[in-house]
Design a protein around this ligand. Structure first.
Ligand code: NAD
Length: 289
C-alpha cells in the first residue's frame, strides 16, 4: 500500500519508520526538510509539496501540532495548496494529531465534499511507544471501515480501538490526556516536595512504583526525572494545548474540571517561563528547589 505521511516530528518520524519497515511504500512531507532525512534513508520519498504527496498516496497519515496546522495541511493556505488539491475520490486521511472532535468533524465534512474520508486516529504511548510500535490508536470509525487500512495502522500500534463514530477518537484521547497530564503535574509536585525533604527521586519512584501512587507516567518518566533530563519527548506547549482542548470539551459538556484546570495553569506558567519546548515533565523545573 502506498502511504503518505505528513508531520515527521517526535512522534511522526518513528511511526513513519515503522510503517516503512512493515513494507509499505511511503511519501513524506514536513515543513522542516531535516525532519524527513532519516526516513528518506530508510526508503521514503520526500514530496515537493502536499498536493503531489496526495496524488501518489491512497491513504495519508498526519501527525501535526494542532488543529490550525491540520486544517492548513488538508485544505491549504494562501499560496500553498493542501492535500485535497491532489487527492482522489476514495482516498482516506487518518489524523493522528491530538485535536478536538469539533475540528475533525468540520474538516471531515470539507474533505467529504471532494470524496475524501478524514478519520480521527489520535495515538497514545509517548515517543518510546511510537518507536516500539506499541501505541494505542483511538479511531473514529467502525471495525469494518477500518479493515482495508489495518495493515498500516497495525504497524504503529498494538492496541487499535475502533470507536465507531467520527470524533470519538479525539474525545477518548482528550480524556486520556486529561488524566495523564493532571497526574503528571501532581507527580512533579510530589517530586519537588521529596527534593525539599532530602529523599532521592529514584527512591520515590521505587516506592511509589510498587504502591498505589504508581502510574504509567511514573514508569515512563522516572529515569528522566531522576536524571533531571527534561528534553522532549512531548513538549510542555503540546501538554498545554491538550489540556486546553480537554477543558473546553468539559466546559461544553457542563462538567466540572477543578483539578485539571489547576494543572493547566501550571503548564501555562512553565511555558511562559520559557520551558515550552522542554518535555512536559519539565514542569518540575518550575517547582523544584
Ligand atoms: P512535533 O512538534 O515534534 O512534530 C510536529 C511536526 O509537524 C514537526 O516536525 C513540524 O515541523 C511539522 N509541521 C508543523 N507545521 C507543519 C506544516 N504546516 N506542514 C508540514 N509539517 C508541519 O510534535 P509531536 O510531539 O510529534 O506531536 C505531534 C502530534 O501528536 C501533536 O498533536 C501531539 O499532541 C500528538 N502526540 C504527541 C505525543 C508525544 O509524546 N510527543 C504523544 C501522543 C500524541
Amino acid at each position: 500500500m502506498h502511504v503518505g505521511f505528513v508531520g515527521t516530528g517526535n512522534m511522526g518520524a518513528p511511526m513513519a519508520a515503522n510503517i516503512l519497515k512493515a513494507g509499505h511504500a511511503m511519501t513524506v512531507y514536513d515543513q522542516r526538510p531535516e525532519a524527513t532525512a532519516e526516513l528518506e534513508r530508510l526508503g521514503a520519498t520526500r514530496a515537493a509539496d502536499l498536493p503531489s504527496l496526495a496524488r501518489g498516496a491512497r491513504v495519508t497519515l498526519l501527525s501535526l501540532p494542532d488543529e490550525r496546522v491540520v486544517e492548513a495541511v488538508v485544505l491549504g493556505s494562501p499560496g500553498a495548496p493542501g492535500l485535497l488539491a491532489g487527492a482522489q475520490r476514495g482516498d482516506v486521511i487518518f489524523d493522528l494529531s491530538t485535536v478536538s472532535a469539533e475540528s475533525t468533524r468540520r474538516l471531515a465534512a470539507r474533505a467529504a465534499a471532494g470524496g475524501v474520508r478524514l478519520i480521527d486516529a489520535p495515538v497514545s504511548g509517548s515517543v518510546s511507544g511510537a518507536r516500539a510500535a506499541t501505541l494505542a490508536v483511538m479511531i473514529g470509525a467502525s471495525q469494518e471501515d477500518l479493515a482495508p487500512w489495518k495493515p498500516v495502522l497495525s504497524a504503529i500500534g498494538t492496541h487499535l480501538f475502533p470507536l465507531g463514530a467520527l470524533g470519538h477518537g479525539n474525545i477518548l484521547k482528550l480524556l486520556n490526556n486529561y488524566v495523564a497530564l493532571t497526574s503528571q503535574a501532581v507527580l512533579c509536585e510530589a517530586m519537588a516536595l521529596a527534593d525539599r525533604l532530602g529523599i532521592p527521586r529514584d527512591t520515590v519512584a521505587d516506592v511509589l512504583g510498587r504502591s498505589s501512587g504508581g502510574s504509567f507516567i511514573l514508569e515512563r518518566k522516572r529515569a528522566a526525572l531522576a536524571a533531571r533530563d527534561y528534553r522532549a519527548g512531548f513538549f510542555v506547549d503540546l501538554a498545554l494545548k491538550d489540556l486546553r482542548l480537554a477543558l473546553e470539551m468539559a466546559e461544553r459538556a457542563g462538567a466540572g474540571s477543578t483539578v485539571a484546570r489547576e494543572a493547566w495553569r501550571l503548564y501555562g506558567e512553565a511555558s511562559r517561563k520559557g520551558f515550552g519546548t522542554l518535555d512536559s515533565s519539565g514542569l518540575l523545573k518550575l517547582l523544584e528547589p
